[in-house]
Write a protein that binds this ligand. Structure first.
Ligand code: SF4
Length: 238
């Protein structure tokens, strides 16, 4: 069995376990490469796992186009969770549209409004959630486990691709003719909101383009944070 076959088998086992023992469960997709691997596996295996995305209002048009491409390819509508409009308007009125460039606190507050609060609504009522995070993605993810507790949301959290390398992801996507976000071909290995994500140079850390003006240690959005600490320092995205 090839390395990729082993990884796929282990990942399918993890997803089947979630479907069997953690229903209702949901998968948080950023519509980037890793998340398309999981989307493909979940939908091909017809697993009872809902797929949703956080539509922050600041996504690239290429990312939004993925919603239609998933619909065309799989006949599946990804559920969208949007920020509370009054919170967004309040932040902009008080701080400006792009205040996230001013400080880590301002950036985290924007992420809280546009990502963390909608995530809470998306996860409510579920037993587990799933992410496409990989251990090799950055120094904020190097202790990531496949299965962990999420005390912030009082549920189990699964990262079925924790052991995968970037090459494994692309080998899978090509072998299975999975639709991918057009931004990847433009130098974006990691995809988030448009104003907070830039293309990277060859050899740079794959998450170097996320919040590129900050120190590496602060580069998570709060989706995976508890009490102000990264869960992965036991274990944000998107
Ligand atoms: S990634 Fe940037 S635009 Fe998106 S929610 Fe966070 S700070 Fe706001």
């Amino acid at each position: 069995m090839s390395k990729l076959d082993s990884l796929v088998a282990a990942t399918r086992d993890t997803l089947a376990l979630i479907a069997r023992e953690y229903t209702p469960a949901v998968f948080a997709s950023s519509l980037a490469a890793e998340d398309m691997v999981l989307t493909d596996l979940i939908l091909k295996d017809r697993l009872p796992i809902g797929i949703f995305s956080l539509e922050t209002g600041r996504l690239h048009k290429e990312t939004l186009a993925m919603l239609d491409r998933v619909k065309e390819h799989y006949g599946y509508d990804i559920a969208l969770y949007r920020p509370q409009q009054d919170a967004v308007e309040g932040y902009i009125a008080q701080n400006g549209l792009n205040a996230f460039y001013d400080s880590v606190d301002m950036r985290r507050e924007c992420c809280r409004i546009r990502k963390v609060e909608p995530l809470g609504r998306a996860l409510a009522g579920n037993k587990a959630w799933i992410t496409g995070q990989r251990r090799a993605q950055s120094n904020t993810r190097n202790t990531l486990a496949v299965h962990e507790d999420d005390p912030a949301h009082l549920m189990d959290k699964f990262n079925p691709l924790a052991d995968w390398l970037e090459a494994d992801v692309w080998d899978y996507l090509r072998a299975n003719d999975v639709p991918v976000n057009a931004l990847h071909a433009q130098g974006f290995p990691s995809i988030g909101c448009e104003p907070c994500t830039r293309a990277i140079e060859p050899g740079e850390d794959v998450r170097a383009g996320r919040w590129w003006w900050e120190n590496p240690e602060s580069k998570e959005c709060g989706l995976h944070v508890v009490d102000g600490k990264l869960i992965r320092i036991k274990s944000v995205a998107a």
